[in-house]
Design a binder for this molecule. Structure first.
Ligand code: ZN
Length: 79
């Protein structure tokens, strides 16, 4: 939905963006990765069916997460 025109669930074309914003109001979307660091998350919403996706859009935030975020567990050797 961020990278295409249509909803990935219903094919709807009316996609709206709800930006993650600095918390000047209660209406924002972010994840707090440290007590001082917040990463804003934009939500892409299909008006037709209500499906939404969340994206970290800033390259600097992705770089930060690449360095600091925990890597997912490796279950490839799980029996
Ligand atoms: Zn949809």
């Amino acid at each position: 939905m961020k990278n295409g025109n249509n909803c990935s669930k219903c094919g709807g074309e009316d996609i709206r963006v709800i930006q993650g914003k600095l918390p000047l109001t209660e209406h924002h979307n972010f994840t707090k990765v440290t007590p001082w660091k917040k990463i804003m998350i934009s939500r892409f919403l299909c008006i037709n069916c209500g499906f939404s996706e969340e994206w970290v859009e800033k390259d600097e935030d992705l770089d930060y997460l690449a360095k600091k975020a925990k890597q997912r567990d490796d279950f490839s050797k799980f029996v």
